[in-house]
Design a binder for this molecule. Sequence first.
Ligand code: SF4
Ligand code: SF4
Length: 109
Amino acid sequence: MSTFGCQRCGACCRWPGSVLLEAADVAVAAAALGLAEEAFIEKHATLARNRAQLTLKERSDGSCEFLQEDGRCRIYAARPKQCRDFPQGWRVDGCPGLSCGPEERRRNA
Ligand code: SF4
Ligand code: SF4
């Protein structure tokens, strides 16, 4: 049984690496921000290193530009699939949500 419960600490949003975007991710995030998809891509996306996908823009320190000062995601309800799925299928170290108990999981659900 999984013991994962996201603590909304924002650590994974500061780690180096790309948030790859699927077409549906662009549509959902653009709508959440009240932007046309083209405008969202222009403002918030860039070509990924694989040159086959788009990725969210990052700040100079490597953090996602949607990470707010309070550690929360500005587009949480419309975050990309990669973010919604994390950390499932990832090898991660340093995610406090991976070992939390049932009380913490409920609190952060
Ligand atoms: S997935 Fe883990 S590292 Fe990311 S915000 Fe949740 S608890 Fe923090
Ligand atoms: S879109 Fe939100 S959840 Fe995904 S990396 Fe950026 S701040 Fe984190």
